[in-house]
Design a binder for this molecule. Structure first.
Ligand code: TYM
Length: 373
């Protein structure tokens, strides 16, 4: 198993990752506290999609003691977004609604540039624009959210980037990210910028993301206090699995095994029917007799993680699938319908989204353009 911000290989053992990365499991006590604040738990939390954290307990203490906290997440504009990329945004919105806090979203055009020698600015800027629209469609609070592109915002933060950069050695980045002597120096410098939004306020920062981004937070936690900021907190999700099997990561590099936010209805139906790994039996007769296995069935797992928030309905689907009453094709049809509905709604919201508010004219955006760190 290998998990870095750029590569995920092998069958992922999430308990082992918690140990290797030195993070903590999100346990019932923590969930209970969030539930008390929110009145309910987001399905990603309730169903264990978000499974690991750093200092979430301290974030909740800060909230309860009136010190407050803020949220930060991000996206590298490397092409269109798939539904996996949207999941941290969805949980972030839920947290912003529950806690009423500020949110910063970093668009790392610089990261794409230094990590992909084939990508020029024309392409990267086009993807950034497209991705920002998808992100704005989530419906964050326009006065409490600031979305910025690294290249455009750099002059406001360069002194702080340098404060971080001179405290992080090459040998640390080698150990944390696996850089080698062949890595270009843009790659080695880039992590400094990704830590910066955790210092946009003197309060504690909470970062929702998949576990692949955790190495950055390790660097931040090593040095933040020496510059007068708090160690960042984070909550980590598992990877939304690709269509082809539940053990991997939905990845941009294998287009057919991901669901893209711009996939049309026909494409969705075709993809799910053709590629979605099934826990069902090879023939209808056998399936009716033995039933299917929802644990390894991608359509079921996608419903569980993303598209069927109603526990009673999900339980019925699971029971029927296990007993053989529900066939693989029927289960896939349920997913296709839900997924297409979700994408259709998303696209409508995308058209209506007021990107300018998040980037320039909203209250927080305006303040950020007047601030120099
Ligand atoms: P990027 O663009 O690779 O991914 C964006 C976000 O999506 C998460 N992610 C996934 N989540 C669930 N299932 C998947 N299969 C899946 N694949 C990716 C990532 O963990 C990420 O949260 N360097 C970052 C950009 C960034 C950032 C941040 C991300 C800058 N600051 C702060 C999170 C928090 C990147 O390349 O993300």
């Amino acid at each position: 198993m290998k998990v870095t911000p750029w590569e995920v290989e092998g069958k992922i053992d999430y308990d082992k990752l918690i140990k290797e990365f030195g993070t903590q499991k999100i346990d019932e006590t923590l969930l209970g506290r969030v539930k008390r604040h929110a009145g309910d738990l987001h399905p990603y939390l309730r169903r264990g999609f978000y499974f690991s954290h750093r200092d979430l307990n301290l974030v909740l203490d800060d909230y309860e003691n009136g010190r407050g906290f803020f949220l930060y997440t991000g996206r590298k504009p490397s092409g269109p977004m798939h539904i996996g990329h949207l999941t941290p945004m969805i949980l972030t919105k839920w947290l912003q609604d529950v806690y009423g806090v500020n949110l910063y979203i970093e668009i790392t055009d610089d990261e794409k540039f230094v990590f992909d020698r084939n990508a020029g600015w024309d392409k990267i800027d086009g993807w950034a624009e497209d991705n920002i629209r998808d992100i704005a469609a989530i419906g964050f609070n326009p006065d409490k959210t600031f979305i910025f592109r690294d290249r455009e915002y750099i002059r406001h933060v360069y002194p702080l980037v340098l404060e971080v950069a001179r405290r992080v050695t090459f040998s640390t980045t080698k150990a944390v990210f696996g850089f080698t002597n062949e890595s270009n120096i843009g790659q080695i410098f880039y992590p400094a910028y990704q830590t910066i939004p955790t210092m946009f306020e003197k309060k504690r920062c909470l970062i929702p993301c998949a576990i692949d981004q955790d190495p950055y937070w390790r660097i931040q936690r090593d040095i933040a206090e020496s510059i007068g900021y708090k160690k960042t907190a984070a909550i980590h999700s598992k990877f939304l699995p690709p269509l082809t099997g539940i053990f991997g990561k939905m990845s941009a590099s294998i287009a057919d095994t991901a669901v893209w936010l711009n996939d049309d209805e026909k494409t969705i139906a075709k993809k799910i029917n053709k590629y979605a790994f099934s826990g069902g039996q090879p023939s209808v007769e056998e399936h009716r007799k033995k039933g299917g296995n929802p644990e390894i069935d991608v359509p079921f797992q996608w419903l569980r993680l993303l598209f069927e928030p109603d526990d009673a309905k999900l339980e019925k689907i699971e029971g029927d699938y296990r007993s053989g009453a529900l066939l693989t094709g029927e289960l896939k049809a349920i997913l296709i319908e839900k997924l297409n509905k979700f994408l259709e709604e998303h696209r409508k919201k995308r058209e209506r989204a007021d990107v300018e508010k998040y980037m320039k004219t909203g209250k927080l955006a305006q303040k950020m353009w007047e601030t120099h760190y």
